[in-house]
Design a protein around this ligand. Structure first.
Ligand code: G6Q
Length: 541
């Protein structure tokens, strides 16, 4: 496959950008009364309003041509049909099979359904109190031990679906090898009523195994008998042998597969903490919402396809406007872990510099993803969004209905959300700024001198993603929407969204440094690292 920069549409877009610099969004709205409807699309319970972008019909046409020239339709088919598109790891990419309704991959589907059934029985047994702790007490707390893809998805969804939680069980998450994480979590828990899920696809991740060993020691410190482990530890992994070597019963292992990437795995048994928190019905509804988005992604024409539109707008700003970051701002308290989750999904997938078919990228790839829920961000970093020198495209995410209708909270939340996107677009000119200062009592000379501090350039782009309400279905669709957006961008850029070789070197170095830090082994390192190691050793006495 040729480089994206050689695609005719790439050159056309580069030329078109010089004209697009003259676009004023607010003028476009005046010229096209229908603009909001024209640049909106809807699928799987999510409406995407992308009318507040620096685009015209021509821009969208050219972006979709680029997608076609990059062979997007064929690549979508290749992923869904199980071709080994993760070529650097020689793997299929089949997280969509975890939520598939049709039977085009019978082998995978049989295995997936068997694991879903096993999860269903287990969740019901824990909820009903049929599964009890070693001393016969009912389980009241579940602690998921995992990191990265075995943590961020389940954490985000479990928080997001708080209104659906069963009230007999609390689910906690431990990820960091920093003992403070485990210690603070276990502080108020009772070993007799606590169940651990060790979630690790490979079952070789040092942080997870260290936490799991300490959790087992904590349990046995009270329960004394090794047999207690069988009632208090279950695992999710591909690596059955290693799980058994850790001492977890074969019965208590929920399998997953090589064809599910870590950051795409919340739909597998890695989602067990979600199912325990909300019940299997809600977990299946989450899968259903994602399946709805999959169906839309695989069937809708490119120009009406939500993941494709989001992705191509991202390409527009990243590659033609040199935007370096992308803000994701959910106006929803329950989505407080959403941006962090998308950060991994996007940055671990598309933070790449090598073309799939050889050579290094001649253009930018995935942006830096950041953000916080609104309205909190408005009292902090939104200053930079409005007046900073950088272009930051924004996704606003908001629901029409709250799970907690209280006074006018929700209307205030919604008003703030749409006011922010409008403010980004409108901006404020010098004359307006000056008269505002005058209205505040400043003299006209002072107001004139200060005016430029209040000027906001405006014309800054954003998308608004609207849901009726944050439910398991709409959340599933929203996550799948971003998964596919990331995939589409990887196709445009010609990179592999499904490997993560960049995280390896740090792990390798740590495997050398740690033994030298805790023992007498001497290793050759640079002066800075050596001095830091000496300070650590001295501090430990
Ligand atoms: C995700 C990454 C990474 C992975 C963790 C945990 O795509 O591969 O975040 O999920 O390193 O790995 P294990 O599940 O194997 O412990």
């Amino acid at each position: 496959m040729t480089k994206p920069t050689s695609a005719p549409a790439w050159a056309a877009l580069a030329h078109h950008k010089t004209q697009a610099e003259q676009l004023k969004m607010i003028d476009l709205f005046q010229q096209q009364p229908n603009r909001a409807a024209q640049f909106s699309a809807c699928a799987a319970g999510i409406t995407l309003d992308y009318s507040k972008n620096l685009v015209t019909e021509e821009t969208i046409g050219k972006l979709m041509t680029l997608a076609q020239e990059r062979g997007l339709n064929e690549k979508i088919h290749a992923m869904f049909s199980g071709q080994p598109i993760n070529t650097t790891e020689k793997r299929q990419v089949l997280h969509t099979a975890l939520r598939a309704r049709n039977n085009h991959l019978p082998d995978q589907l049989r295995e997936v359904n068997a694991v879903l059934d096993k999860m269903e029985k287990f969740v019901a047994a824990v909820h009903k109190g049929d599964w009890r702790g070693h001393t016969g007490k009912q389980i009241t707390d579940v602690v998921n031990i995992g990191i990265g893809g075995s943590d961020l998805g389940p954490v985000m969804v479990t928080h997001a679906l708080s209104p659906y939680h069963v009230d007999t069980l609390k689910v906690h998450f431990v990820s960091n090898v920093d003992a403070s994480d485990l210690t603070e979590t276990l502080k108020n828990l009772d070993p007799e009523t606590t169940l651990f899920i060790v979630a690790s696809k490979t079952f070789t991740t040092t942080e997870t195994l260290t936490n799991a060993r300490s959790a087992r020691a904590w349990l046995l410190n009270t329960l004394k008998q090794e047999a207690a482990v069988a009632r208090h530890f279950v695992a999710v992994s591909v690596n059955i042998e290693k799980v058994q070597a850790f001492g977890i019963d074969a019965e208590n292992i929920f399998p997953m597969w090589d064809w599910v990437g870590g950051r795409y795995s919340l739909w597998s048994a890695i989602g067990l903490p979600i199912a325990l928190a909300c019940g299997m019905g809600n977990f299946r509804a989450l899968l259903g919402g994602a399946a709805d988005m999959d169906e839309h992604f695989t069937s809708a024409p490119l120009a009406e396809n939500l993941p494709v539109i989001l992705a191509m707008l991202g390409v527009w700003y990243t590659n033609f406007w040199q935007a370096e970051t992308h803000a994701i701002l959910p106006y929803d308290h329950y989505l407080n872990a959403f941006t962090k989750y998308i950060q991994q999904l996007d940055m671990e997938s598309n933070g790449k510099q090598a073309y799939l078919d050889g050579g290094y990228l001649a253009h930018a790839s995935g942006p830096i993803i950041w953000g916080e829920p609104g309205t909190n961000g408005q009292h902090s970093f939104h200053q930079l969004l409005h007046q900073g020198t950088r272009l930051v495209p924004v996704d606003f995410i908001v629901s029409l209905k709250s799970h907690n209708p209280l006074g006018d909270h929700h209307s205030q939340l919604f008003a703030n959300c749409i006011s922010q996107s409008r403010a980004l677009m409108l901006g404020k000119n010098e004359a307006q700024a000056q008269s505002e200062f005058e209205a505040m009592g400043y003299s006209s000379d002072e107001a004139k001198a200060l005016a430029h501090h209040k000027v906001m350039p405006g014309n800054r782009p954003s998308n608004t993603l609207l849901m009726e309400q944050l439910t398991p279905q709409t959340l599933g669709a929203l996550i799948a929407l971003y998964e596919h957006k990331v995939f589409v961008q990887s196709v445009i850029w010609g990179i592999n969204a499904f490997d993560q070789w960049g995280v390896e070197l740090g792990k390798q170095l740590c495997n050398d440094i740690h033994p030298a830090l805790v023992g007498d082994k001497v290793i050759e390192v640079d002066g800075s690292t050596a001095a830091l190691m000496t300070r650590f050793k001295q501090a430990q006495g």
